[in-house]
Design a protein around this ligand. Structure first.
Ligand SMILES: [Zn+2]
Length: 261
């Protein structure tokens, strides 16, 4: 559909999508933080995490506020983490890439919601090493909504269930066996639930590719964060990045690979 638009209109669509990603990134940072701290997601104005001062409209402009305030709170001067502008920028870019690949389709919208959920999961896992169940549930509900409006409910549901179990089930069995042998928790239950939820959105082949990619990314993260006190590898972000690449180039990589034989 986008190819039929004039260049200026297409630019407008992409730019608006990017801005929407920035705004959502800013909002989801706040959501992730509130979920972790147990605050209500909908009630209460945003406030500085150090001094508690209420933030005005000027402090809440995605990207720009952080840049103009040079990463410091306007009221108490304490540092504001660069994770805010970075995740806003990342989500804006992610939205644009999904739109470029999937055009103005329902699938694009579905994946944009999935990526927004993956951002929340990434932020929570980086911060507290947990993947809150409510994000898994929202991801499952989102997929079910799009299955219901797909017009091909039975086929979509079948593909979704195969995708959901393709990686999560083998991982669950493997982790139960390893737990028995090593007598400790080997794999986070959150990671397995994440593979179940995000797995619903893709074919089993893409899921296996994502497992492979996220293992490599996770090990890379592990090497980078060796100083981390608990010595846990944050696999949530690795899996999220894996699924992002899966949706952008997954099927292309798989046909390229199959073409080798
Ligand atoms: Zn402050």
């Amino acid at each position: 559909m986008l190819v039929y638009l004039s260049t200026s209109l297409r630019f407008t669509v992409f730019f608006t999508t990017f801005l929407l990603g920035l705004i959502m990134g800013s909002f989801l940072n706040c959501v992730a933080m509130r979920v972790l701290s147990g605050e209500s997601v909908v009630k209460g104005r945003s406030h500085c995490m150090s001094c508690g001062h209420r933030l005005g409209a000027l402090d809440l402009i995605p990207l720009l506020s952080w840049l103009l305030l040079r990463g410091k709170c306007r009221y108490c001067g304490s540092k504001i983490s660069a994770r805010y502008p970075i995740s806003e920028l990342v989500l804006g870019t992610v939205y644009v890439l999904i739109l470029a690949k999937y055009d103005l389709t329902l699938r694009a919208l579905e994946l944009i919601v999935l990526c927004s959920i993956l951002l929340c999961i990434t932020l929570c896992d980086l911060d507290k090493h947990i993947i809150p169940d409510r994000f898994i549930v929202i991801g499952i509900i989102n997929r079910i909504i799009f299955i219901l409006i797909s017009g091909n409910i039975f086929e979509e549901l079948k593909l979704s269930l195969i995708g959901a179990f393709s990686v999560s089930l083998p991982l669950l069995v493997l982790s139960l066996i390893l737990d028995k042998i090593l007598k400790k928790d080997t794999m986070g239950g959150g990671d397995i639930k994440l593979f179940f939820m995000a797995g619903m959105y893709f074919a089993w082949s893409v899921n296996f590719l994502v497992l492979f990619m996220s293992a490599i990314i996770g090990i890379f993260f592990g090497l980078l964060s060796k100083k981390n006190e608990k010595n846990q590898i944050p696999f949530g972000p690795a899996i999220s990045i894996g699924y992002f690449f899966g949706m952008l180039v997954g099927s292309e990589l798989i046909s390229l690979y199959l073409g080798l034989f």
